[in-house]
Structure formats: structure tokens, C-alpha cells
Design a protein around this ligand. Sequence first.
Ligand SMILES: [Zn+2]
Length: 204
Amino acid sequence: MNLTTEQPAADAAALSERTIASLMADVLRQLGEDPAREGLAKTPERFEKAWRYLTSGYRQDVQEVVNGALFTVKYDEMVIVKDIEFFSLCEHHMLPFFGKVHVAYLPRHKVVGLSKIPRIVDMFARRLQIQERLTQEIAQSLEQVLDPLGVGVVCEARHFCMMMRGVEKQHSGAVTSAMLGAFRERKETRDEFLALVRQHSSEF
Ligand SMILES: [Zn+2]
């Protein structure tokens, strides 16, 4: 055993004995605040509770979310769920980014209950993320669960880390996409999806 590997583990053990709330009281002090004043007295506990919820996606997996809601069908048209609202947290600044996700897939032999798709989006959004990975993870999990002919995911989001910090305000909106299978290989499929996404596109 050498000290250089043992030391961080010891620090981590010491840290894990402290609650997020007590650590946040220290953060408030570091920021020049008085965590004992009336308005802040319960803020560290509220922060912990909020952040446990906002990162609850770490404690879920796709199988649990889908929970067997898979149905065998003879349906080979595109299934599309548009305008799924999401709120996530950028892993670089731990500030929110939020927007809409549009999901489509071409069934091979199975479809998933429609209400499950927003729940899959939430599961990945409630983790520290970057928009690109969030988009990919949604697409890959549907591919894994459904074995479809293809999956397309488009994500439109605005990032507080850009909007609030006064940097690159004009670039605070970003669009990412992930195209798998037929959506990657067939231009007509991809174009059909993108046209449906643009139809009565929201005020976003
Ligand atoms: Zn950021």
C-alpha cells in the first residue's frame, strides 16, 4: 500500500460521514453568507433534498422504468413522441439546462408504452449531464430495450451556465441529435422525422 492512493480514500471516507446539508452550510459560509440567519436556516437541508431529487436518475435503470411495458405488434410506421419537456444539470457548472426532446423509432416487432418514453428522458436528465450525452443515452437505451429498426432523438436546450454568466448569450440554445439504425442509414427516414419535429414546432 502506498500513501498516495490511501490518502484520497481516507478523505472520501471522512467526507461521506458528513451530510450534503452540512457541507452546504460550509459553502454558504465560504460565499460570505450566514447560514444561521432566518432565511437560510433550513436552506442546506432544502438543498440536499432538492439535489437528491434532481439526481435521482442515478438510482434508476431502464429496465425498472420500462417495467415490462413492451408490446408485440405488427406496426412498422414511425412512432414519434414530440415536445417532451426536460430539466437537467450541466456537469461542468452544475447549473440547469432545459428544453425539449423529440423521440422517434421504427418498430421491428415491439413497441413500448408511450408514457414510458418521457420517463426514460427524465431518468437520464436527472443526472449530471452534457446535452450530447443525454441525447445519445436516450437513443441507446431505446435501441437496447426495443431492438427497433432505428431510433432518432433530437434535443433542443438552453443552458443557464451560458445565460446567467453573461457569456455567449447568443449561443445559449443548442440542438443535438442522435440517429441510430434506419435513422442513420436512410435519408428519407431521417427527413420524415425531422419534418415531423418541425411541424407546429413549439415557441422554443
Ligand atoms: Zn455548463
